[in-house]
Write a protein that binds this ligand. Structure first.
Ligand SMILES: *[C@@H]1O[C@H](CO)[C@@H](O)[C@H](O)[C@H]1NC(C)=O
Ligand SMILES: *[C@@H]1O[C@H](CO)[C@@H](O)[C@H](O)[C@H]1NC(C)=O
Ligand SMILES: *[C@@H]1O[C@H](CO)[C@@H](O)[C@H](O)[C@H]1NC(C)=O
Ligand SMILES: *[C@@H]1O[C@H](CO)[C@@H](O)[C@H](O)[C@H]1NC(C)=O
Ligand SMILES: *[C@@H]1O[C@H](CO)[C@@H](O)[C@H](O)[C@H]1NC(C)=O
Length: 616
């Protein structure tokens, strides 16, 4: 007894402190014990905070032990110097809830995250900082990034694994090797995060030589995403710096892919495709047997609430739909599907059934019978005070990040010809003369329509421009200013003297004056209505005759709708409803007079319709 006591005492006094989270060549070590990361991506800011606990419990009961989370800088710092952790931005609370659910966290705080989020997570105000160049070793960018990372480090301090919290490690940048190879830039971010977070760091790149060589940095574990077989082999081959080697992690295993507006694709999902599900489970099973780690991108995608969606750039703007369902195992409404159950089976057979908690119960979705909405106010009758400028200026320069912006000009002489709205349409330009829509110029088309104007003196020209989501990936991210950049010209003649109306539409305007009468080519109209439900629950809102716009329920912006699809209904979670007196507002950007009703359905449909504005 005495000897054992003495040895124990000796052991305690001489043993090196165990790193809370570290790794050797083959495995991660949590408090000294091998830890296989069985992870999935789920970003708090795409989920109503009231539902975090439910989604996290469902992650745990699929067998996950770790949640990978992007953090959206633009939402936390909506204005330079601000820090907003209200509502869905209370990420410390999300990570605490994860810990209570038995989950660890891998932090992916960017500052660039991609994530199909607005500008890859960059706040729009960065555009107005002098000498700013994003994603590079630029003093203006590094200084803005540092204030964000430092603040985040303070916010999450108690939640770091080094302080007994669930956050194990943090990613530096995001797939940087697909974008550049400026190692000084990645080293700057690495040092910034090391100081602010004090936890181990990793990088995550595509499984190709140039990507790994561009993104890898000494002192951060180099990991890959995409195909695990390709990624692991590429990491073994191309990363030679011992300080970046360690256990293999597929940091983003994609089951399917995202949905884009006007893509002429149906919703991307493997539901109903047994062969594709088998491929996914066999890949994940293979990773587990290698003693390697993974994160499923996405475990649960959630919703691009309001105007949070980003866009890709192909040969044209490819804006991401409001739904970020992503064909994930846990669908947009938080329901499990057959992918979930198949993966749960794969994980169970690896970790043992007793280590996977029971399934979480699910309430059925609700139907809401047709709600009738009535025209309440025209957008052009609810304008804020204008900003007057000789030449138009971009949205960010008037302190606006998202939504719409209107540019108005009163013709001082007759003018005819082709309209050009600055250097490029940014993004969808609705053109009106004396309140009648005369054309649409839209950057989501490789060859946007052209609009011919024939103006008389005193004619009023309105250019209503929608920011459809800033590009989140590729070289286009360098300049993501919205609205008008450059001059407006008609057949090459510069049009001067503009009234500029910022329309962030954080909430819809209240009605005043006469109700507008919709007709073909009329200007945008807000419709309003109210409804009760028998029992509060989740639903999908269908908008059958509506062309394009935005929906608010009880003041919450549910996001954009657009008949072109593939998304044809909007997720409305029960947490935003009450039994009686729910209010709904729908902005009809292109009213025809046929719209007016919406309904809640329990099964959503996806599909594409022709864009009525693109008739040739
Ligand atoms: C870990 O890997 C490095 C680099 O491949 C090698 O030099 C080292 O011997 C390995 N360590 C162990 C304990 O296997
Ligand atoms: C959309 O896809 C369908 C089926 O693949 C094709 O027939 C049609 O031409 C496409 N439409 C457009 C506008 O690209
Ligand atoms: C995985 O780990 C187990 C237990 O430590 C070991 O028996 C097995 O050989 C390892 N498999 C591989 C592929 O490294
Ligand atoms: C524009 O067209 C109208 C009608 O075709 C014509 O009356 C007017 O003179 C033209 N104005 C200019 C500046 O060319
Ligand atoms: C816009 O037009 C004004 C007046 O013609 C000219 O001075 C200015 O350089 C133009 N700006 C751009 C970006 O072309």
């Amino acid at each position: 007894m005495l000897l054992k006591f003495l040895l124990l005492a000796l052991g305690v006094s001489t043993a090196q402190a165990i790193e809370p989270f570290t790794w050797n060549n083959d495995t991660f070590l949590l408090h000294g014990k091998p830890y296989q990361i069985i992870g999935g991506q789920m970003d708090p800011q795409r989920i109503p905070y009231e539902l975090w606990g439910d989604r996290l419990a469902k992650a745990r009961s699929m067998g996950l032990n770790t949640i990978f989370s992007y953090v959206y800088w633009d939402q936390l710092v909506p204005e330079q110097g601000e820090w907003d952790t209200s509502g869905n931005n209370d990420i410390a609370r999300y990570f605490k809830t994860a810990q209570e659910a038995g989950l660890n966290i891998v932090l992916r705080s960017g500052p660039y995250i991609c994530g199909e989020h607005e500008w890859g997570g960059f706040p729009a105000w960065l555009s107005e900082v002098p000498d700013m160049e994003v994603r590079t070793n630029n003093p203006a960018f590094l200084s803005a990034a540092k204030s964000y990372i430092d603040k985040l480090g303070d916010e999450l301090k108690d939640l770091m694994v080094t302080n007994g919290g669930p956050i194990l490690m943090s990613q530096v940048e995001n797939e940087y090797g697909s974008y550049g190879a400026n190692h000084e830039y990645i080293a700057s971010l690495r040092d910034m995060m090391r100081e602010a977070y004090g936890i181990p760091l990793y990088t995550n790149d595509g499984g190709e030589q140039s990507m790994l060589e561009g993104g890898q940095i000494a002192g951060a574990l180099a990991e890959t995403d995409g195909s695990p077989q390709t990624g692991f082999a590429a990491r073994n081959k191309y990363v030679t710096d011992a300080s970046s080697l360690g256990p293999q992690l597929d940091g983003e295993y994609y089951i399917t892919w995202l949905d884009q507006w006007a893509s002429n694709n149906t919703h991307q999902t493997d539901v109903g495709n047994a062969a594709a599900i088998k491929t996914a489970t066999s890949d994940l099973g293979w990773i587990l047997k290698q003693n390697a780690s993974f994160s499923i991108y996405m475990f649960h995608g959630g919703t691009n609430w309001g105007f949070q969606n980003g866009a890709d750039w192909g040969n044209a703007l490819e804006p991401i739909t409001t739904s970020y369902d992503y064909g994930a195992p846990l669908d947009e409404s938080g329901r499990t599907n057959e992918i979930y159950h198949a993966i749960r089976q794969t994980i169970s057979s690896h970790v043992g059934k007793k280590n996977v908690p029971d399934l979480v119960s699910e309430k059925p979705l609700i139907e809401i019978p047709s709600i009738t909405l009535k025209p309440s106010v025209s957008l052009f009758d609810a304008l804020p005070d204008p900003i007057r400028k000789t030449a138009p200026v971009n949205m960010e320069s008037v302190g606006q990040s998202y939504g719409f912006i209107l540019y108005r000009h009163v013709a001082t002489a007759s003018m005819n010809g082709t309209l050009k709205t600055g250097d490029a349409p940014r993004d969808r330009v609705l053109v009106y003369v004396n309140g009648e829509r005369v054309g649409v110029i839209d950057n989501t088309y490789e060859v946007p329509n052209t609009v011919q104007l024939s103006l008389k003196k005193h004619d009023v020209v309105d250019l209503l421009i929608e920011n459809m989501g800033r590009v989140n990936y590729g070289s286009q991210i360098v300049d993501q200013r919205k609205g008008i950049v450059g001059n407006v010209t008609i057949s090459g003649t510069v049009v001067s003297n503009w009234e500029i109306y910022p329309l962030p539409l954080v909430s819809p305007p209240s009605a005043s004056g006469n109700a507008p009468k919709p007709s073909a080519n009329s200007s945008p109209i807000f419709y309003t209505g109210s409804f009760d439900v028998k029992e509060v629950g989740d639903t999908y809102l269908e908008l059958p005759e509506w062309t394009k716009g935005v929906v608010w329920v009880n003041g919450v912006n549910l996001g954009r709708y657009w008949t072109v699809g593939p998304q044809q209904s909007l997720y409305l979670p029960g947490v935003y409803l009450r039994e009686s007196g729910n209010s709904i507002t729908v902005l009809a950007l292109e009213p025809t007079g046929d719209e007016g009703s919406v309904q809640g359905v329990t099964t959503r449909k996806w599909g594409n319709n022709p864009d009525p504005d693109m008739k040739s």
